[in-house]
Design a binder for this molecule. Structure first.
Ligand SMILES: Cc1ncc(COP(=O)(O)O)c(C=O)c1O
Length: 462
């Protein structure tokens, strides 16, 4: 006999009420996003209190749940898709990516093994091949589909740790770090917080980092690199989180490769430069690195939870992330679990495939090109309005400075409160700056001009 819960769910599916209701609400949410504030008001956030209360003791009507979600949380969402959100390097979701994610969620695929999902394995195989080509990576490069750059960096460095210790005759998986030959870690002083976190998680020790100084753009150059050898992991970046600048790969990677060091490139948003004719020169030489990581959920505008780790050393990645169990069924086809830390995992390559198919090479060029153009527009209109632009706008980041830190902070607060656009702050070259990250496909020229007016109003407010 079926349980009453089963009967209820089958009946609701029959009516298709919940899924259709969610789709309707989602369509309206996106349609309204372009006119909405980029950040919720405090009243919007207070309305979230309606979601709490005692533990539900019995089932609720699914359509009501969905409607209440939109009613109480819809207006409290940070509106990253709306075109005037420049706070973090996030990205606004492309409708095709959302649609593909909905469909693939309905497919309910689990991606660790070919036998748990041939569909997930094939989407991963195709994305691996396409991305290797698009990003100009070496032909032997393999890809792992992870939750984001944090995990991509972690996996790249785990593979590095495995390989460099294995080369010294030390099996890290069997013996651990106690008594292991020592490894050196070289990172630029502007390395992202998630690089530091991965170093800590892997037991390499943050205090052991040999910091490479950076030039005034925040970049590591051959001149600022400490000496390296075959026990060194070097971490470089394609796109500094503040200035957007790229390390000097051509000056560093071939030398590091020759010395047997492992180079990981953190390209969370900037690696996409390599996928375009226009910006590929920024990444010249990075093909001589050993591993790379990038987010599709940033520049490529997929939904969140979509990052990729690449390496030319498949064996190191697979061994570093190895797991064994008598119930696993392995075959000749791709078993994704050897490329990522998790076993059960969302088949996130599906929406990635859909976006790559939708945009194609020319679409990626246009998407990335537009983010850059809007960033240049910000710089030029703000300069004209009397603001100082603190960085060289090479990709999608524009940094703005006022006459002193106090004024910069006041302007940030005023702009955030205005609801016209949302920007954040950072320290750059020792002073406070306003940080503008253009990362959504939806940001128009009009959005930029409207946002510049918010800057002017904020500066002139007191
Ligand atoms: C340069 C850089 N590296 C790593 C990350 C971390 O990415 P994620 O949030 O996808 O883990 C970011 C996030 O903004 C970044 O800009």
């Amino acid at each position: 006999m079926n349980s009453s819960l089963q009967e209820k769910i089958f009946a609701e599916l029959e009516e298709t009420k919940v899924l259709m209701r969610a789709a309707d609400l989602a369509r309206d949410h996106i349609r309204d996003a372009f006119d909405k504030r980029p950040f919720p008001t405090s009243e919007n956030i207070d309305a979230l209190a309606a979601l709490s209360g005692p533990v539900p003791q019995s089932p609720s009507d699914p359509a009501t749940i969905i409607m209440d979600m939109q009613r109480f949380a819809g207006d409290a969402c940070v509106n990253a898709i709306g075109g005037r959100y420049f706070g973090f390097v996030t990205g606004g979701v492309l409708p095709i990516a959302l649609a593909a994610r909905w469909l693939s969620d309905a497919w309910d695929q689990n991606a660790p093994l070919f036998v748990t999902s041939p569909v997930a394995a094939v989407f991963e195989e195709v994305c691996e091949e396409w991305l290797r080509d698009m990003l100009r990576l070496p032909p032997e490069t393999v890809a792992g589909f992870v939750s984001g750059s944090s995990m991509g960096i972690y996996c790249g460095l785990a593979a590095a740790r495995y390989r460099l210790l294995q080369n010294k005759g030390w099996d890290i998986n069997a013996k651990g770090l106690n008594g292991a030959p020592s490894l050196r870690v070289v990172a630029g002083r502007q390395a992202h917080a998630t690089v530091i976190k991965a170093i800590a998680l892997l037991g390499l020790g943050v205090d052991n980092i040999d910091w490479a100084d950076v030039d005034d753009r925040g970049c590591v150059t051959p001149e600022t690199m400490p000496s390296i050898d075959d026990a060194t992991i070097v971490i470089l970046q394609a796109g500094d989180v503040n200035s957007g600048a790229f390390d000097d790969f051509a000056g560093i990677c071939p030398d590091a490769k020759g010395k047997g060091a492992w180079v990981h490139v953190d390209g969370a948003f900037g690696l996409w430069a390599a996928a375009t004719e226009r910006f590929a020169p920024l990444t010249a030489g990075m093909e001589d690195a050993t591993s790379w990581s990038v987010d599709a959920h940033k520049t490529l505008n997929t939904p969140y939870d979509n990052g990729i780790v690449f390496t030319r050393d498949k064996e190191a990645l697979n061994n570093a992330l190895h797991a064994a169990g008598s119930y696993f069924v392995h075959g000749d086809r791709r078993d994704g679990m050897f490329y990522t830390p998790e076993l059960s995992r969302r088949a996130r390559a599906i929406e990635l495939w859909a976006v790559l198919k939708y945009l194609g090479q020319t679409g990626v060029e246009e998407l990335v090109g537009a983010l850059h153009e809007r960033s240049l527009q910000f710089a030029s209109e703000l300069r004209e309005a009397g603001f100082e632009i603190a960085n060289d706008v090479v990709f999608n980041q524009t940094l703005v400075a006022c006459e002193n830190d106090e004024k910069t902070q006041a302007v940030i607060k005023h702009i955030q409160d205005s609801g016209e656009c949302w920007i954040g702050g950072a320290k750059y070259q020792g002073r406070d700056v306003i940080r503008i990250s253009v990362c959504s496909w939806a940001t128009t020229e009009a959005d930029v001009s409207r946002s510049v007016q918010a800057f002017v109003a904020a500066r002139d407010a007191d």
